[in-house]
Structure formats: structure tokens, C-alpha cells
Design a protein around this ligand. Structure first.
Ligand code: NI
Length: 145
């Protein structure tokens, strides 16, 4: 069995959002999303956990370049969302700003740009009781023949 070593870094941003889909009538939106459908929106202090795995460098003892990862996540995620209204972001014009959709979006933004190693998982704390995760399923990888 091959070893796997992961590094996780937390990043934080504060943002407003409103859970609402134009695909459903207003009364259904209110029923599904309840107070999160409030037309004025509401805010969260989000924490994003970015987990990277890679080959252990025997000289440095590292699997990734943490400073380069910080620069990437700050540039592509934190600066984009911090103190913004997520529903105004171009990525969320047709996509509801749920935690599920946010972790998927953050994964897609980072997956091809991780400086050293590979993206393993994205975690997102939205509230004390809401935590979301995205990772690629092992089952979706091509099977060896
Ligand atoms: Ni919310």
C-alpha cells in the first residue's frame, strides 16, 4: 500500500449570500431555503480547508510548497470572495450559493493550479453546524487494465 501524506491549510473570507433559484417559484424558494432566502441576504465567516497531497521530498520533508499554495488560494479564492456578495459573482448567476456548490467551485478553480503536489480535498465551514467537503471519488478514476 502506497503512503499518502496530506497538508491542509485554512483560509478565511467573509461574504454575503442568498439562497434562491430562479428555476423555482418564490414561495417554493421560501419553503426550501427558509430564512436563508431572505431577499436582503445574510453573511457568513467562511473557512476553506485546502488539502494537498504529494511526494515526500526526502531532503526538505515537505510534500508541497505552502507559501506558493497560500499565494494561489489568496489570489483565486480569498480576494475574489472576501467582503463580496456571492450571488453577484459571475460564477453564481445560474448556480445557487450553497456550501455544496461553493466547495465544488473552489475545487475547480484550484485543481489545475496547485504549485506542488495535487489537490486532495476542499472543506468549507459555513456555520457552526454546516461543514461541506469535495473530493474526487476513487471510483471515478480509470481502472487499470
Ligand atoms: Ni447562508
Amino acid at each position: 500500500m502506497k503512503e499518502k501524506i496530506c497538508v491542509t491549510r485554512p483560509y478565511r473570507f467573509c461574504a454575503a449570500h442568498r439562497l434562491h433559484t430562479n428555476a423555482l417559484p418564490d414561495d417554493v424558494n421560501r419553503k426550501i431555503y427558509d430564512k436563508c432566502n431572505n431577499p436582503n441576504g445574510h453573511g457568513h465567516n467562511y473557512t476553506v480547508f485546502v488539502t494537498v497531497t504529494g511526494e515526500l521530498d526526502p531532503k526538505t520533508g515537505d510534500v508541497t510548497d505552502v507559501e506558493a499554495l497560500d499565494r494561489l488560494v489568496n489570489r483565486k479564492i480569498v480576494e475574489r470572495f472576501d467582503h463580496r456578495h456571492l450571488n453577484h459573482d459571475p460564477a453564481f448567476q445560474q448556480v445557487v450559493t450553497t456550501g455544496e456548490n461553493l466547495v465544488k467551485f473552489i475545487w475547480d478553480e484550484l485543481v489545475n493550479d496547485v504549485p506542488v503536489g495535487q489537490l486532495e480535498k476542499i472543506g468549507l465551514i459555513e456555520t457552526r453546524d454546516n461543514y461541506f467537503e469535495y473530493q474526487e471519488s476513487v471510483l471515478s478514476e480509470p481502472q487499470a487494465t
